[in-house]
Design a protein around this ligand. Sequence first.
Ligand SMILES: Cc1ncc(COP(=O)(O)O)c(C=O)c1O
Length: 389
Amino acid sequence: MDIKKIRSLMPNINDMTYLNTGWSGPSPVYVVDAIKSRLELESFNGPTSPEILKSGQKIMSESKGLVSSLFKCRPEEVMLTDNTTDGINIILNGLPWKPGDEVVLCDLEHPSVLLPAYNLQSSRGVRLRMVTVNLNDKHNDIRQSFASVITGRTRLVMFSHIQYSTGLRMPVASIASMAHKVGARVLVDGAQGPGHIELDMNALGVDFYSSPGQKWLMGPDQTGALFIKHNLIPEIHPSRIGFGFSSNFNLEGRFEAVTNSIDKFSMSTTSAPLRAGYNAAVKMILNENMSEIETRNLELTRILEQGLSSINGVNIISPLGEAECSALTTFKIDRVDFSKATLKLWKNDKIVVRAIESQKGIRVSTAFFNTEDEIDKLIDAIKKLSDKG
Ligand SMILES: Cc1ncc(COP(=O)(O)O)c(C=O)c1O
C-alpha cells in the first residue's frame, strides 16, 4: 500500500494530525470531486432532464453493487440509508413484535443502539435483557454472558460489531449462531465496520447490518447502507411510507404493497451528489484491498499501544487480545481530565482525537492513511500532558 500516494490525495490533513476516523473520516479529494462534479452536472443540465435522471438512477444502483462487493452479499440485499442509526431504526420499527418478546443487548453500546431499544421497550412492551461486558472479557466470556440471557423468548439480539467506547470487536458469528438456534434475529450496528475491517455477511451470519459512509470509508455525511438478508425482507414492514411502498394504487385508496423487494423502504428524493461521493469512497477502499487496509490499521494500533504503555500513568482500557482488538484505542491518564486533555491536544498540537464520556477516556482511531510519525507525535504530546498532571 502506497501511503505517500494516498496522503497526496488528502491534502486537507497535512496541517494536523487526524486520529478520529472512528467518528468521521476526512474525505479525500476524489470523494469531494465526485460530489462537486455531480452537483454541477445537475445544476447546469437541469436536474430532471431525462439524461440526468437516468444517470442519477445509475449512481444509486452502482452504489448497491459496490456495497454488495464490500459486504460480500447480493445487491438486492442492500438498502441505501442516511447513516447507521437510520438503518437500526428501520429494522427495530419494522419487525413484527409481540408482547413478551425480548431483545438482548449489552452495556457497552452506543446511544444509537440503546435509545431505539429503550423506545421499543416503552412503545411496544418489549423486554430488554442487558448483558454486562467487563473490560477484560475475552470472546469466550462474552459468549457465555450472551448465552445466559438468550432464551426461547428472545426475538432479537443486537450489538455493535466494534464497540465505539473501547474498540472491542465482538464475537459476531458465534453470538449470531446462538441467537438463530432459538429462532431470534440478529441486528449488528456496523458503524465501525466498513473500511476498518474485512466484512462478509455470510461468514458473520447476521440478519441485518447497518453501516455509515462517513467513518472509515471516508465518504460524505448522510450516506449509509443497510444489509437485510434476502429471505427476511418480507418480514420487515416499512415504518415510514414513501415511493417504494407500492407501484400499483388508485385514487379510491386501494394499493398493492411491495413485500419482497428491498425497494419497498425507499422514501422519495435522495442526493445523487452525496451518493456519488460515497461510491468514490467505496471504490477506493475496494481498489486498495480491504484485507491490507485492516492489517495496516491494526499495525498502527500496535505501535500506538506500545508507545502508550511506555508512559507512566497511562492506562489502556481497550482490549489488547488479537481477537478482541480493533483500530480504536481508548485510554486514561492519571490525574488528567479526559475531556480537557482532548481539547488541549487540539489547541497545543493540532491533534484530533475524541473524548469517550462513558469510559472517561480518550479514544484514538488509527486509520491506514495515518503515519508512524503521527503516532510518535501523539505519544510525545500525551507524555507532556501526563508529566504536567
Ligand atoms: C457503534 C456506533 N454506532 C452508531 C453510531 C452512530 O453512527 P451514525 O452517525 O452513522 O448513525 C456511531 C458513531 O460514532 C458508533 O460508533
